[in-house]
Design a protein around this ligand. Structure first.
Ligand code: LIP
Length: 266
């Protein structure tokens, strides 16, 4: 990899995430409401999602006008440099809407289609996670290492649920059967934070069906660089169909159990 390029992309992602995080933390209106809905009436966008995406894409495009963009709130351009930014301006929008602290700004940079840099800022925790492919994962200056569990039955596993009723019904079936097979289940509400918490050893694993590239691009790289394994159904890459990330020793039985429980379909 071209280290000069990844250093530049990391510095830009850190600064964009810092600026957006400050805007979101300090600029959240007391009477924040829903600006629009997407896949269902509970899949919401606030004015702050839109303002955050505008700030991030404006800052990055000024520094690197040839790059492409994929953003949750509609940014989508090809670019000509081989670099594409994958952006979630607020991951955990429902938490943000309600004033709960678990929301993040997630920014990844792909080089020729492969995620090379990932930054996840969690402003209400005062934490910023980062990783460069092949260079390890860090929380601030602290190198991260994921945490395994002796058995799946002793593993703390996070998950999430979609916005559509049919999908939730399937997810409820899976979690109903999984709960008795693991230590406990967490539902934080932001995939990017769950993936970073796997990286930091605060969770042994995470899985979810139906998340999007902007939710997982940065967090997956951070989890992998902290030693976690990531994927989808057995033998497949992590995609929206199914995302699984866990420490070695937990990943394999978790992925096999999710396959048995049909976690990849509605
Ligand atoms: C959210 C994800 C979360 C999932 C929610 C939603 P958003 O992303 O991070 O894991 O369970 O349904 O998709 O919509 O807050 O960017």
């Amino acid at each position: 990899m071209n280290h000069q390029l990844t250093d530049e992309l990391l510095a830009l992602a850190l600064e964009a995430a810092r600026r957006a995080g400050t805007l979101l933390r300090d600029g959240r209106p007391e009477d924040l409401g829903v600006a629009a809905t997407k896949s269902s009436a509970i899949d919401v966008v606030t004015e702050m999602d839109i303002a955050s995406e505008k700030l991030i894409t404006g800052f990055l495009a000024e520094a690197r006008p040839q790059d492409g963009f994929l953003g949750e709130e509609g940014s989508s351009t090809e670019g000509t440099s081989g670099v594409r930014w994958v952006i979630d301006p607020i991951d955990g929008t429902v938490n943000y809407l309600y004033g709960l602290p678990s929301w993040a700004v997630s920014i990844a940079a792909e080089i020729d289609g492969e995620t090379a840099v990932g930054v996840v800022a969690v402003p209400m925790r005062g934490e910023t996670f980062r990783a460069v492919r092949g260079g390890g994962a860090y929380l601030g200056d602290r190198p991260l290492e994921c945490r395994t569990a002796p058995r799946l039955a002793e593993a703390l596993i996070a998950t999430g649920f979609g916005y559509r009723t049919e999908r939730k019904a399937g997810q409820a079936e899976v979690v109903h059967r999984l709960l008795t097979r693991v230590r406990d289940i967490r539902r934080g509400g932001a995939a990017a934070i769950d993936l970073c918490d796997v990286a930091a050893g605060r969770l042994n694993g995470y899985y979810e069906r139906g998340i999007n590239p902007w939710d997982y691009a940065a967090g997956e790289l951070i989890a992998r660089e902290a030693g976690a394994l990531t994927g989808g159904r057995p033998g497949e890459k992590l995609t929206g169909e199914l995302a699984v990330a866990a420490a070695p020793g937990v990943f394999e039985p978790l992925q096999a159990l999710l396959e048995e429980l049909g976690a990849w379909h509605d």
